[in-house]
Design a protein around this ligand. Structure first.
Ligand code: PAF
Length: 282
C-alpha cells in the first residue's frame, strides 16, 4: 500500500492502472476509521481492481463552533487498518493541497435536499461535503465510489450530485455496521461517556419499534408516530434534533411509496448521533 499526500502523485499512479484497463474503487473518509469504514473498503474491493481511500478532515463541511479542531486525527492507526484491509492507495492531503486558496471561491450549490434534516441544524455542511466530494471525484476519477448508509442524507445528496454533474460514477451505499448492542458505528461515538454509551443503543431500539408500528398502521399516522417516538427518545436521555420519515429520495412519503426511511439525529451529551432504518414493501 502506498500513501500519497499530493494530488499529482496519486494521479500519476492511477493513470498507470487506467492504462492497464483496471477499474478504480474509491472510499472517501475523514479518518478515525472503524469497522463501518472497513466494510465500505470491502465493498470497493469487490467492485474494483484498485482501491483508493482518502483521509481528509474537510474544513468546509464544519460549521462555526463545530468540532473541526478536535475531530480525532488518527492517521497512523488508520493507515495500519487500511493496509491490513488490502487497500492499494491512501490519499491523505493537507488542507493547503486541497484548498490552495481558502476559503474556496467555488461552491457546488445544492438544492432543497440539503436544507432538510441535518441541513437545518448544519446549514453549510452539505455545501462543504458537495464541494470536497466533487474535488475528490475529479482527483481520483473513480469508476465506483462507496459511501455509508448511516449518513443517509449525504448518500442521497451525492447520488444527485453524481447525476446532475455527470460524474458517471457507480455510487454504492454500504449498509450500517452496528455494535453488538445495536449502536451504529461512528467516529463520533468516541465522544460518549460510559453512561451515555449505555444509553446510546436506545436510539436504534426505538427506531425498530417505530418501524414496526408504521408497518402495522400504515403511513396515515406518521406525524403522530413521529411525535410519540420523539418523546420516547427524549425520555431515554437524548435531545432529538429531528426524527422524520421520508422516501428513499428524501421526498415526503406518498401512500404508494414502497421504500421509506426513518431518520433520526439526536444529541447525547457532546455527541450528535445519527441513525436510520429503511422499510421496503414488495
Ligand atoms: O462521510 C464522511 O466521512 C465525509 O462527509 C466525506 C464523504 C468523506 C466528505 O468529507
Amino acid at each position: 500500500m502506498k500513501i500519497f499526500n499530493h494530488i499529482s502523485e496519486l494521479q500519476t499512479a492511477l493513470n498507470t492502472h487506467r492504462q492497464d484497463g483496471q477499474n478504480i474503487g474509491f472510499v472517501p473518509t475523514m479518518g478515525n476509521l472503524h469497522d463501518g469504514h472497513l466494510s465500505l473498503v470491502n465493498i470497493a474491493k469487490a467492485h474494483a481492481d484498485i482501491v483508493v481511500v482518502s483521509i481528509f478532515v474537510n474544513p468546509t463541511q464544519f460549521g462555526v463552533g463545530e468540532d473541526f479542531d478536535s475531530y480525532p486525527r488518527t492517521l497512523d492507526a488508520d493507515v495500519a487498518k487500511l493496509d491490513t484491509a488490502g487497500v492499494d492507495y491512501v490519499f491523505a492531503p493537507s488542507v493547503d493541497e486541497m484548498y490552495p486558496s481558502y476559503p474556496p471561491s467555488v461552491q457546488v450549490l445544492s438544492g432543497e435536499i440539503t436544507k432538510i434534516l441535518c441541513g437545518k441544524s448544519r446549514p453549510t455542511h452539505f455545501d462543504g461535503v458537495g464541494l470536497v466530494v466533487s474535488k475528490l471525484f475529479n482527483i481520483v476519477r473513480p469508476d465506483v465510489a462507496v459511501f455509508g448508509k448511516k449518513d443517509y442524507q449525504q448518500l442521497a445528496i451525492i447520488r444527485q450530485l453524481n447525476d446532475e454533474l455527470n460524474f458517471g460514477i457507480d455510487i454504492i451505499g454500504g449498509e450500517i455496521v452496528r455494535a453488538d448492542d445495536g449502536l451504529a458505528l461512528s467516529s463520533r461515538n468516541g465522544y460518549l461517556t460510559a453512561s451515555e454509551r449505555a444509553i446510546a443503543p436506545n436510539l436504534q431500539r426505538l427506531l425498530v419499534q417505530m418501524a414496526d408500528e408504521l408497518k402495522q398502521f400504515g403511513t396515515d399516522g406518521i406525524s403522530a408516530l413521529v411525535q410519540k417516538y420523539t418523546d420516547l427518545i427524549n425520555q431515554t436521555g437524548f435531545v432529538v434534533d429531528y426524527l422524520a420519515v421520508y422516501n428513499d429520495k428524501l421526498h415526503t412519503p406518498k401512500a404508494n411509496d414502497k421504500h421509506l426511511v426513518l431518520l433520526v439525529a439526536a444529541y447525547l451529551g457532546k455527541a450528535r448521533l445519527l441513525d436510520n432504518l429503511e422499510i421496503k414493501w414488495q
